[in-house]
Design a protein around this ligand. Structure first.
Ligand code: GAR
Length: 205
């Protein structure tokens, strides 16, 4: 049985594309039931359409976080979603949506990708902040989601070096290449249920 996922996006959609491509190439046994963007007219919506996946805009502008999440959940509740996948979704998840994707054992079913070695550089501009800080090594983190921004049990991390000749652009490009490889791989591990139980339960090892 493929993993049923819904993907939340806010912008460019390059991780969305990597996931859809991995499914097409049969490297990821998942079915994307819906893509939801909180912003209209973003490139991610065109990518979803190109791959024949249903996509919806549920604008967050002007709404309270929970109000917006209730609308999102209304679109998800009948789809038997196994995991909610955040792919460049630049919103904090509130306890409302968390409660809908946390089962009675405490297993969290919301996954996020973040372009730093968390807990370093959470937030919206991690590549830039890590680069400007002068890190020698940065990386990509994939984690389950809790109430805080870019926090929760870590499923995978992959480091990369900042090279002396790097610009922010080349540094970001190297990181993104890792993101696009790592996210489908970790989702496949979830599909195969090869995820450490402590991580699913939201506990520290
Ligand atoms: C990606 O670099 C992702 O890791 C990052 O936003 C970018 C979205 O790009 N996410 C965060 O910073 C989460 N705090 P994409 O829309 O092309 O996938």
């Amino acid at each position: 049985m493929p993993l049923n996922i819904a993907i939340l996006v806010s912008g460019r959609g390059s991780n969305l594309k990597a996931i859809l491509e991995a499914i097409r190439e049969k490297q990821l046994d998942a079915s994307v039931k819906v893509v939801i963007s909180n912003k209209p007219d973003v490139a991610a919506l065109k990518i979803a359409a190109d791959y024949g996946v249903e996509a919806k805009v549920i604008p967050s502008a002007g709404l309270q976080r929970t109000e917006h999440e209730k609308l999102v959940y209304d679109s998800l509740s009948k789809l038997s979603i196994d995991y909610l996948v955040l792919a460049g979704y630049m919103r904090i998840i509130t306890p409302f949506l968390l409660s809908k994707f946390r089962d009675e054992r405490g297993f969290i079913r919301i996954v996020n990708i973040h372009p730093s070695l968390l807990p370093a550089f959470p937030g919206a501009n991690a590549y830039e902040e890590a680069f400007n800080y002068g890190v020698k090594v940065s990386g990509i983190t994939i984690h389950l989601v809790d109430e805080e921004v870019d926090r929760g049990p870590i499923l995978a991390q992959e480091a990369f070096e900042r090279l002396p000749e790097d610009t922010l652009e080349s540094f970001t490009k190297r990181g993104l290449a890792i993101e696009h490889r790592l996210y489908p791989k970790v989702l496949q591990q979830l599909a195969e249920q090869k995820v450490p139980v402590y991580a699913q339960a939201g506990e520290t090892p």
